[in-house]
Ligand binder design. Structure first.
Ligand code: FUL
Length: 447
């Protein structure tokens, strides 16, 4: 097949309604909470005594207030981490909150957080680790039934779920065996009980991992990726452009959806990536750790939300069940900074016109009514029609009346935040220099 024809097909790979909703969520919180919070570990062993779990000051309204202060739109809680301890009173195990001193074993952290999210207008989702170092069934077929029974409890008892986070980690269980996970079966259950929820899993179907935990999307973070990488996602294009193989490709590679790769793919799917990072070095609370600087968090926002991914920022509660004051403070500063940087769209002070010499190379002219201080140009493609832009440049008109490039990059997708040299500009232009097919830009925002 002609490459050009193939690229047109790639351009027509589109997200589902649930993926579009997920992209619009943009920024939400992970909460890692388990016996690890009490043992100072990152991975529990599975033999922890449930009696150590006792968050005496637990108040999910404190969590939601902090999360909202940063401008986040939801919470994803670790209902069960690798240690197998359940933060809800699951019918299927004794290794849970029901055997802890917390509320005399009558508590339900998952339920309380789901309710608090609803009160606060936040979305609610959960992480349920397939790897379970406690269950005696782990490593046998019966474990998949056990996991599915727990998944069903979470999918049916806590109202609308926006995001289900499947961790691909697969270590040994208490009997030294590894488990063959039944992801087809897990996915089927989520679709059955929560058809609007997106599913995070490295291999699809809806959202994949960005490939690192340091908060940086790829320079070209395409949501249209080779199907080999996301076999659980719908294959929307099944023809090959070139003979070859991408067998060597891995989910942490720096180049995934770029043209040089997809021409060898055995099919294409739409699966955007999520950037997950913790506000502190660890996923769980450790008293000797402290939150990252405001600058680090803000830069991560630019390299995640601003680079065609969503940002899932983890906040670990302390053993007493509250977010630490330092984290609460940092989240509020972060929210204030996001508001001050992106609160007022200056596009209203400009006239934006477009020229389309070629459908794949439109030019957008931005003329300000008077010289305007600008730091960022934010571009958004109408991804409901597919992700198409390959390359673009931003230029400004200098005092001699000629245009000079000040920013160039690849990929736009849902959102691209372009930090340009700070200055006063009279005239700017965005030139799309190459695209896979006709470009549909949904929005140009100026800050
Ligand atoms: C990983 C886990 O092993 C970490 O503990 C953490 O939960 C992270 C988000 O995913 O696979």
């Amino acid at each position: 097949m002609q490459i050009k024809e193939f690229l047109k097909k790639a351009a027509s790979v589109v997200p589902s309604e649930r993926q579009l909703r997920w992209y619009n969520t943009e920024f939400y919180a992970f909460v890692h909470f388990s016996p690890n919070t009490y043992t100072d570990r990152e991975w529990g062993l599975g033999n922890e005594d449930p009696k150590i779990f006792n968050p005496v000051n637990f108040n999910p309204d404190q969590w939601t207030a902090a999360v909202k202060s940063a401008g986040m739109k939801g919470i994803v809680i670790t209902a069960k981490h690798h240690d197998g301890f359940c933060l809800w009173p699951s019918k299927y195990t004794e290794h849970s909150i029901k055997n802890s001193p917390f509320m005399d074993g009558k508590g339900d952290i998952v339920g309380a957080v789901a309710d608090a999210c609803r009160r606060a207008g936040l979305k609610f989702g959960f992480y349920l680790s397939p790897w379970d170092r406690n269950s005696a069934l782990y490593g046998t077929d019966k474990y998949n039934d056990y996991y599915k029974a727990q998944l069903t409890e979470l999918l049916t008892q806590y109202g609308e779920i926006f995001h289900v986070w499947f961790d691909g980690a697969c270590g040994e269980g208490p009997n030294g065996k590894k488990q063959v996970y039944d992801f087809d079966g897990y996915i089927e259950l989520v679709r059955k009980y929560q058809p609007n929820a997106t599913i995070f899993y490295d291999k699809g179907p809806d959202v994949r991992w960005v490939g690192n935990e340091s908060g940086t999307a790829r320079p070209s973070e395409w949501a249209v990726v080779p199907h080999e990488l996301v076999p659980y996602a719908e294959k929307q294009v099944s023809c090959k452009a070139m003979e070859g193989s991408l067998d060597y490709m891995y989910n942490t590679d720096t180049v995934i959806g770029s043209m040089s790769n997809i021409i060898y793919a055995n099919g294409l799917s739409f699966v955007g990536s999520e950037t997950d990072m913790s506000i502190r070095p660890g996923w769980f609370y450790h008293k000797n750790e402290h939150p990252h600087s405001l600058e680090r968090l803000f830069n991560t926002y630019i390299t995640s939300v601003g680079a065609n991914t969503c940002f899932n920022l983890n906040i670990p509660p302390r053993p007493d069940g509250l977010f630490d004051d330092e984290d609460v403070q940092r989240l509020s500063e972060f929210g204030k900074m996001l508001k001050s940087e992106f609160g007022t769209n200056l596009a209203k002070n400009a006239v934006i016109t477009s020229e389309t010499p070629y459908p794949t190379q439109p030019v957008f002219n931005i003329k300000f009514n008077s010289p305007c201080k600008v730091k960022y140009i934010v571009l958004k493609e109408d991804i409901a029609k597919g992700q198409r832009v390959e390359n673009f440049v931003i230029q400004y008109k200098n005092d001699f009346g000629t245009f000079t490039s000040i920013y160039s990059s690849t990929c736009i997708g849902h959102k691209k935040i372009c930090p340009i040299p700070q200055g006063e500009y009279k005239e700017l232009r965005v030139m799309i220099t190459s695209a896979r097919d006709t470009v549909y830009l949904k929005d140009i925002e100026i800050y």
